[in-house]
Design a protein around this ligand. Structure first.
Ligand SMILES: Nc1nc2c(ncn2[C@@H]2O[C@H](COP(=O)(O)OP(=O)(O)OP(=O)(O)O)[C@@H](O)[C@H]2O)c(=O)[nH]1
Length: 870
C-alpha cells in the first residue's frame, strides 16, 4: 500500500505547511460534491464543514495555477503544481464517490423502509438455507397442506429458478414436487449478512430457532433487523459526510491498546497498567479543536457532548485521566485534547490532512456491557485498529468482533502487540496470519500493509510530553529502547506509515469503503430476500389460485346438494305427514262407522239396563280411543322411518365432518301430551232415557208390527193392515165405532202395552248401542273428531321431522358459509400475494441494479494523470 499518488512527506513546507495544507485539503473536500447531512453538535466536524464558494474557486480549472502560491507562499515549480493539481483531482474523485455513496445510502434507506412496510402487511418469508434430511413432523406436514395457515417454515418454492448468483442458488435449493420446507443449515445461514437473525438460546442453533418460530415472529425479528440497518445507514451517512476520521483502537483486555495509542502519540497520555485499566472510552483529539488547550472533557452518562456547552461535560486536567479512565459508573466518554508538537508528517493526530480521533476502547471481555458497547461503537467509526496480544492470539470475543466488523469494513488494521515476548516469532506470525485469513480475507490479502507485529512498549516516548506532565521519563513507562529496540522501532515506524497511509491517504478505502461494503452486503441480503420472496409469492399465487379453482366448484356442488336435499327433506316430510293423516282419517272413520254394530257388552237384563247403556258407551269410547292409539303408533313408525331417511341424508353428505352431529330419535316421546278430544272430555256421550227408545219410524214399525201381531193374536185381528201405531188406533176407532171401541179398547190397549213392553224389553240390547253410537256420531261430528285427530297426529309427525331436516339445512349452511368464506379468503389472499409478488419482483430487480451500480464505485482508482507523477 504505497502513497504513490500523494505523499505527504513531499509536500512543500515546513513553515505554515500544516495549516495551509489543511486549508487546501478541506477546500477540496468541500468542492460542492458532497451531500449535506451535517450535525451542528460537533464543532470538530463543523470546523471542516464545506465552504462551497472557496472550494469551487479552488477547484475551477482556471484557478489551479494560482494554487501553489496559496499553498507554499513561494515560487511555483512545475512539479509541485502538478502534484497539487493531482491532489485536487483525487479529492474530486473522492467527493464524487462520497456523494454517490450518500445517494446510494438514501436509496437503500428508502428500499428498506418500503420493505419494512411490506413486511408488516405481508410478512416476508425468511430464507431457510439448506435442507434437513429428517422427514417432516406431522405439524409441518399439516402446515403445508393447502388452505392452512402459513408457518415460518412453509416455503412453497416453485420449480422455476431465476438466473442468478451463487447466493441465490444456495437459497433456492432445487425444489422437488414433494418439496417440504426445511431448516436452514447453520453454516449456510451465514449467507445472510446484515439481515441475519442471530438468535441465541442455549445450545439451540439459530436455524433451529428460526424454524421453530411463527412466521409473524420471524417477520418481527426481521423488522428489528431492518430498523437496525436503517439506523446504521444513518450513521454511515453521517460518517461519510464527516470530514474527520475516527480510528477505534480495540482488542482484548491487556493487549496493550493504551500503550500502542501512547506510542502513536509518542506521549504517555493514556493510563497503562498490567491490571485492566481502561474502563471508559477515551477519544484522543488534537487540542487545536479545543482552542489549543490540553484537557479532558468527561461526558457523563445520558449527556450528549457538545464542546460549546460546558453543561454537557466536566473538565479535568490530563493528570486526572488515569483516575477517570477507571470510572465507568460516572462517565461514558472521555474526550482527551492533547497538543502534538511533532511535525505533521510525523504526527497522526495533527497531520495537516484530516482531523483524527483516536479512540482507546475498553478491552473486550472486560464485561459483557463493555464488550457490547465496543461492538456498538465500531459502527460509527471509520477505521478499526485491532490490537491482539502476540502471546494470546485471537480470543473468541476477538473473532466475533472482527467477523462482525467485517460486515462493512472489509479491511481491518491489525496490530499484533507484545511481540517482544515471543521467542519463535516466525511461528507466531504464521499462526496469527492463518487466523486472519479466516476472519478477514481481504485484510489477509493486504496483510503486508494491514497486519503488523510490534512491541508498543519499545517505542520511545517524548520526554517532554509525558501525559502526567511531570517530565518523568523513567523506565516505569516501559517505553524506550533497550539496545535491541532498533528492530522494534523500525517495525513500529513501518506500522505508523502504513496506518497513516490507510487513514489519511487512502481515506477512500478507510472511510468510504466501509459504507460501500455495508451497502453491498445489505443489498445482497435484500436481493436474496427479494428473490426468495418473489419465488414464495409466485408459488403462493399459484397455490391460492389452484385452491380457489378447487373451492369454487365444490361450493357450487354444495349449494346444489343443499337445495336438492332441502327439497327432498321437505317432500319426504310431507309424504309422511299425508300418509299419517290419511291413515288416521280412514282408520277413525271406519271405527266410528262400525262402532254401533259391534256387540260390546252382554245385556244383563232389564234391571241393569242403565249400566248396560253406560258400559256400552264406555266400551265404544275405549274402542275409539284404542284406534286413536293405533293411529299414533302408526305415526310413530312412519316418523321414525322419515327421521332415519333424513339421518341417512346427513351422513351421506357430512359423515366425518363437524358440520353434522348424528342424533338419536326416541319416538316414545311423541304424543306424550294427551290431546285427543275424547281425553279432553269434549266427547262424553252421556247416557239418557232416550237412549233406550228408538223412535225412528222404521224401527218403530218393525217394533209395532211385532206388538200388533201380538195384540191381534190376543184380540180380533182387525189390525191386519199395517199402519203406524197411532193411525192404527184411529182407524180402529173409526171402524169399530165408539161403542165397540169401548169394548175393545181396554183389552187392545192392554195387549198393545204388553206388546210394547215386550218389544221394549226385547229390543233394548239393540236399541241402546244403536242410540249411543248415533249420539257418539253426532258428538264426534260436532267436534270434527276425525279431522282434528288426523291433523293432530300428522302435525306431530311434521313437527318432529322438522328437527332433523333443520339440522341438515344448518349443516349445509355452515358448510356453504365456510366454503364461501374460504373463497373470499383465497380471493383476498391472491390479491395480497399478487401485490407481494409485484413488490418483491421490483425489490429483487432494484436491489440487483443498485448492487451492481454500487459495486462499480471505484474508490481506489487513481485518476489517469496520477501516473505521470511517479
Ligand atoms: N512486553 C510488552 N509489554 C507490553 C507491550 N505493550 C503493552 N505492554 C504492557 O502490557 C500491559 C497492559 O498494557 P495496556 O496498554 O494497559 O493494555 P490495554 O490493552 O490498554 O489494557 P486495558 O485497556 O485495560 O484492556 C502494561 O503493563 C504494558 O506495559 C509490549 O509491546 N510488550
Amino acid at each position: 500500500m504505497s502513497s504513490s499518488y500523494f505523499d505527504i512527506d513531499d509536500l512543500p513546507g515546513p513553515s505554515n505547511r500544516r495549516n495551509t495544507n489543511r486549508e487546501i485539503y478541506i477546500s477540496a473536500a468541500d468542492s460542492g460534491y458532497g451531500a449535506s447531512v451535517h450535525s451542528d453538535e460537533d464543532p470538530h466536524k463543523q470546523q471542516n464543514d464545506p465552504n462551497s464558494e472557496s472550494s469551487s474557486t479552488l477547484l475551477s480549472p482556471g484557478s489551479v495555477p494560482s494554487m501553489p502560491n496559496l499553498f507554499t507562499g513561494r515560487g511555483v515549480d512545475d512539479d509541485s503544481t502538478q502534484r497539487l493539481l493531482q491532489f485536487q483531482i483525487q479529492q474530486l474523485h473522492y467527493n464524487e464517490n462520497r456523494t454517490a455513496l450518500g445517494r446510494a445510502i438514501t436509496t437503500v434507506m428508502n428500499i428498506l423502509k418500503e420493505l419494512q412496510a411490506m413486511n408488516h402487511s405481508w410478512p416476508a418469508h425468511y430464507p431457510l438455507f439448506g435442507r434437513s434430511s429428517a422427514p417432516p413432523t406431522p405439524e409441518e406436514d399439516s402446515a403445508n397442506r393447502p388452505g392452512v395457515r402459513r408457518a415460518a417454515t412453509e416455503i412453497p418454492v416453485s420449480p422455476s429458478r431465476p438466473n442468478g448468483k451463487a447466493k441465490e442458488e444456495a437459497l433456492l435449493t432445487p425444489p422437488s414436487p414433494t418439496d417440504v420446507p426445511r431448516l436452514m443449515s447453520s453454516e449456510i445461514s451465514h449467507e445472510f449478512n446484515v439481515l441475519k437473525l442471530d438468535l441465541k438460546l442455549g445450545a439451540v442453533s439459530p436455524a433451529q430457532l428460526v424454524q421453530s418460530l411463527e412466521k409473524s415472529a420471524v417477520a418481527s425479528l426481521l423488522d428489528g433487523k431492518i430498523s437496525q440497518a436503517l439506523k446504521h445507514l444513518l450513521s454511515l451517512r453521517d460518517r461519510i459526510e464527516d470530514t474527520s476520521s475516527k480510528v477505534l483502537i480495540t482488542g482484548d483486555l491487556n493487549a496493550g491498546k493504551s500503550t500502542f495509542c501512547n506510542a502513536l502519540l509518542r506521549r504517555n497520555v493514556l493510563p497503562e497498567d498490567q491490571q485492566p485499566c481502561t474502563n471508559v472510552f477515551c477519544e484522543v483529539l488534537d487540542a487545536q479543536v479545543n482552542h489549543g488547550v490540553e484537557e479532558v472533557h468527561a461526558v457523563p452518562h445520558g449527556s450528549t457532548y457538545n464542546i460549546r456547552d460546558e453543561r454537557t461535560y466536566d473538565v479535568f486536567s490530563l493528570a486526572e485521566l488515569e483516575r477517570l479512565a477507571v470510572s465507568p459508573e460516572i462517565y461514558v466518554l472521555l474526550k482527551v485534547y492533547i497538543e502534538d508538537k511533532r511535525p505533521p508528517e510525523e504526527s497522526l493526530l495533527r497531520n495537516g490532512v484530516v482531523d483524527i480521533a483516536l479512540i482507546d476502547a475498553p478491552g473486550l471481555n472486560m464485561d459483557s456491557m463493555q464488550t457490547t458497547a465496543v461492538f456498538a461503537r465500531q459502527e460509527e467509526i471509520d477505521v478499526v485498529v485491532f490490537v491482539v496480544s502476540a502471546e494470546n492470539h485471537f480470543t473468541l470475543s476477538a473473532k466475533e468482533f472482527i467477523w462482525n466488523a467485517a460486515h462493512e469494513k472489509a479491511f481491518i488494521f491489525i496490530v499484533v502487540n507484545r511481540f517482544d515476548n515471543i521467542r519463535d516469532k516466525g511461528r507466531c506470525s504464521r499462526l496469527i496470519l492463518e487466523q486472519v485469513s479466516k476472519l478477514s480475507p481481504q485484510t489477509y490479502n493486504d496483510s503486508e500493509d494491514l497486519v503488523h507485529f510490534v512491541s508498543s512498549n519499545k517505542v520511545p516516548i517524548n520526554p517532554g510530553d509525558g501525559g502526567d506532565d511531570d517530565g518523568d521519563d523513567d523506565d516505569n513507562d516501559g517505553h524506550g529502547g533497550n539496545g535491541e529496540g532498533n528492530d522494534d522501532l523500525a517495525d513500529f515506524d513501518r506500522l505508523e506509515r502504513c496506518l497513516r497511509n490507510f487513514v489519511l491517504e487512502k481515506r477512500a478505502i478507510s472511510k468510504l469503503a466501509p459504507a460501500k461494503t455495508y451497502l453491498l452486503n445489505l443489498l445482497g441480503d435484500i436481493e436474496a430476500l427479494g428473490s426468495y420472496n418473489e419465488e414464495v409469492a409466485n408459488a403462493e399465487v399459484d397455490r391460492l389460485k389452484q385452491e380457489l379453482e378447487q373451492i369454487a366448484p365444490v361450493y357450487e356442488t354444495t349449494l346444489a346438494n343443499s337445495l336438492h336435499v332441502s327439497e327432498e327433506a321437505d317432500s319426504g316430510i310431507e309424504n309422511t305427514v299425508t300418509t299419517v293423516y290419511e291413515h288416521t282419517r280412514s282408520k277413525l272413520e271406519t271405527v266410528i262407522n262400525d262402532i254401533g254394530n259391534l256387540n260390546y257388552v252382554d245385556y244383563p237384563g232389564l234391571l241393569f239396563v242403565y249400566s248396560y247403556a253406560s258400559d256400552t258407551r264406555d266400551a265404544m269410547l275405549v274402542t275409539l280411543q284404542q284406534s286413536v292409539l293405533e293411529c299414533e303408533e302408526f305415526a310413530r313408525k312412519k316418523t321414525t322411518a322419515g327421521f332415519n331417511t333424513l339421518k341417512a341424508m346427513g351422513l351421506q353428505h357430512f359423515d366425518g365432518t363437524s358440520y353434522y352431529t348424528e342424533k338419536i330419535f326416541n319416538n316414545s316421546l311423541m304424543f306424550s301430551r294427551k290431546r285427543d278430544l275424547l281425553a279432553r272430555g269434549s266427547v262424553s256421550a252421556d247416557v239418557e232415557i232416550s237412549d233406550f227408545f228408538d223412535l225412528d219410524q222404521s224401527e218403530m214399525l218393525s217394533g209395532m208390527g211385532m206388538s200388533l201381531t201380538l195384540a191381534t193374536v190376543a184380540g180380533t185381528g182387525a189390525f191386519g193392515v199395517p199402519t203406524t201405531f197411532y193411525s192404527s188406533i184411529a182407524s180402529a176407532t173409526s171402524l169399530i165405532g165408539l161403542k165397540n171401541l169401548r169394548n175393545w179398547i181396554v183389552p187392545a190397549l192392554s195387549v198393545a202395552l204388553v206388546a210394547g213392553a215386550v218389544y221394549f224389553v226385547t229390543e233394548i240390547p239393540k236399541v241402546v248401542p244403536r242410540k249411543i253410537a248415533k249420539k257418539l256420531h253426532r258428538e264426534l261430528e260436532a267436534v270434527d273428531y276425525v279431522h282434528s285427530n288426523s291433523e293432530r297426529i300428522s302435525s306431530e309427525c311434521r313437527k318432529v321431522l322438522r328437527f332433523p331436516a333443520e339440522d341438515l339445512r344448518r349443516a349445509f349452511q355452515s358448510m356453504l358459509d365456510e366454503q364461501a368464506s374460504q373463497k373470499m379468503d383465497r380471493t383476498k389472499q391472491i390479491g395480497q400475494a399478487q401485490d407481494a409478488l409485484k413488490y418483491f419482483t421490483r425489490l429483487h430487480k432494484e436491489s440487483t441494479n443498485n448492487r451492481a451500480m454500487i459495486s462499480k464505485f471505484d474508490l481506489e482508482s487513481i485518476p489517469e494523470t496520477m501516473g505521470e507523477v511517479e
